[in-house]
Write a protein that binds this ligand. Structure first.
Ligand code: TYD
Ligand code: MG
Length: 477
């Protein structure tokens, strides 16, 4: 008989104690400890999965080797069928690796993975485990997605698809299916809905998620299956479940977007096989997600220049994006002026307004200021500073920037303009999209030939940059 042991696990951080405390001693969370049967005992008891022990035994007797003499096997990649997804993965799925895909409900995680599974199943066996939706629901969606894909392709070959569907929430059955089928790729939608019958806690709890993910990881590594897990996010937008889940997997991708806009952004937060901060852009259409290979067009206004708008080049990983900023500055009727910013941290806006007030003498503290990034994109980089400053001043003075101007530069608190990273890449993208003029920090070291046909206006301070961009001195009344 197995010893019946109990332990208490913090639902916030995964820490484990033998005794109940009102407050978790590891993370300080209140009322987060939940009683659980000891999983270590349960694990020993669990029936070993068929092939495990014998096949694994000889491999365990590994010795260390000099790193220089180790042979290098080039990393194999399975293309996901979508180049935007492949880029974020670092070139495709790696066999035996684990990828966690997180995102708000309804953002399109299941759609993305089903579409990709569909494409991948043309060349290899793919198992799609739907723990949230019934087989019928998935089939309906599969059909809906297929209509779009088949319209563009000469060979529908639906009957040849090697996509296997399993609508199941029991971990044991999913593991068995993985062993029998030995798919090249397996998709678990979602890890929170899976449930290990040997644990008493409810599906989605820390212990359940951790145990399920660990069991799946073991089997995926053993049979070289690329495993993709869908994860829920919490109210705060963080991946739900224990932090250990993020350590366990090789890559963490997040799928995000504005519910009211149709585009979706896929990012890598962690990637053991590629660069993080790569960006993939999709658009949700009536028949699934379509790739957007030229996203700058999405974030540029179509109306042409008007007062209070400025275009910047933001860099997402290695991907430059032209983005339009809009500012509205109007006299305030409150004691303290209103400042709101969408798509940019409001503290950044405060800081830029303070710099403008101090160094250009603009009385902005008597004005409300609203700032928005077009297209619902989040811009975090300081390279957007000059664009924000220009949009604000242009709105304040009711000036319009000459068409075809981009602004790149970080603002120092002393009003100086600082260098930004990847300037060449940004300018190249601006030139490609038909921009003719760029205001950049002085001393960027770019020769005329590196400016890709753009007229470069170099400035050492925000005041100089604004004169160069707007053609008038904004500080003069
Ligand atoms: P879904 O993939 O179910 O989201 P998640 O798995 O992240 O919760 O996406 C569902 C949303 O996408 C739903 O609101 C409907 C919409 N949608 C489309 O607009 N077009 C489509 O072709 C599909 C399949 C879904
Ligand atoms: Mg879903």
């Amino acid at each position: 008989m197995a010893r019946s042991a109990a332990s208490f696990v913090c639902q916030a951080c995964g820490a484990r104690t033998r005794q109940f405390f009102g407050r978790c001693s590891a993370c300080g969370g209140w009322n987060t400890l939940v009683e659980q049967r000891d999983t270590a005992v349960d694990n020993r008891r669990r029936r070993p999965v068929a092939v495990a022990s014998e096949a694994e035994a000889p491999r365990r007797a590994h010795r260390s080797e000099p790193i220089a003499s180790l042979g290098e096997t080039p990393l194999q990649r399975l293309t996901s069928g979508y180049s935007e997804l492949d880029r974020v993965l670092g070139g495709g799925l790696v066999p035996g690796s684990l990828v966690l895909l997180g995102g708000d409900p309804g953002i399109g995680k299941s759609t993305l993975l089903l579409q990709s599974a569909r494409a991948m199943a043309e060349h290899q066996t793919v198992l799609y485990v739907s723990a949230e939706e019934s087989a019928q629901q998935v089939k309906l969606r599969w059909r809906r997605l297929g209509e779009a894909a088949d319209a563009g392709q000469a060979t529908p070959a639906l009957s040849l698809s090697r996509l296997q569907l399993l609508a199941e929430t029991d971990l044991e059955l999913v593991l068995q299916e993985l062993e029998v089928l030995r798919p090249a790729v397996a998709i678990i939608d979602s890890i929170q809905a899976l449930h290990d019958g040997e644990l008493a806690s409810a599906p989605g709890s820390v212990a359940q998620v951790r145990e399920c993910a660990a069991a799946l990881a073991r089997i995926a590594k053993r049979q070289d299956t690329a495993l993709v897990l869908v994860g829920h996010v919490t109210k705060e937008g963080l991946l739900a479940g224990p932090k250990v889940l993020e350590h366990l997997v090789d890559a963490v991708l997040t799928f995000e977007g504005d519910r009211f806009a149709s585009h979706r952004l896929l990012r890598a937060v962690k990637n053991r096989f590629g660069a993080t901060h790569e960006l993939g852009v999709f658009e949700m259409r009536g028949q699934g997600l379509a790739e957007v290979s030229n996203p700058s067009e999405l974030f540029l206004g179509q109306e042409g220049p008007c007062p209070g708008t400025a275009t910047i080049v933001a860099c997402e990983g290695t991907r430059p994006l032209l983005v339009e900023l809009q500012a509205l500055v109007s006299p305030t009727s409150y004691a303290s002026p209103r400042r709101t910013a969408t798509g940019i941290a409001v503290n950044r806006l405060h800081q830029i307004l303070a710099v403008l007030e101090k160094h250009l003498g603009l009385p902005l503290s008597r004005f409300d200021c609203y700032l928005a990034v077009a297209g619902g994109l989040e811009v975090e980089e300081p390279a957007a500073d000059l664009g924000v400053a220009t949009a604000v001043v242009a709105s304040f003075r009711d000036l319009t920037l000459p068409a075809g101007t981009v602004l790149v530069g970080e603002l120092g608190l002393g009003g100086q303009l600082r260098q930004v990273s990847q300037l060449e890449l940004r300018l190249q993208e601006a030139a490609r999209l038909g921009f003719v003029r760029a205001v950049v920090p002085r001393g960027s070291g770019l020769g005329a030939q590196a400016a890709f046909g753009l007229q470069l206006l170099e400035a050492g301070s925000v005041a100089e940059a604004l004169v160069a961009a707007l053609g008038v001195d904004p500080a003069m009344e």
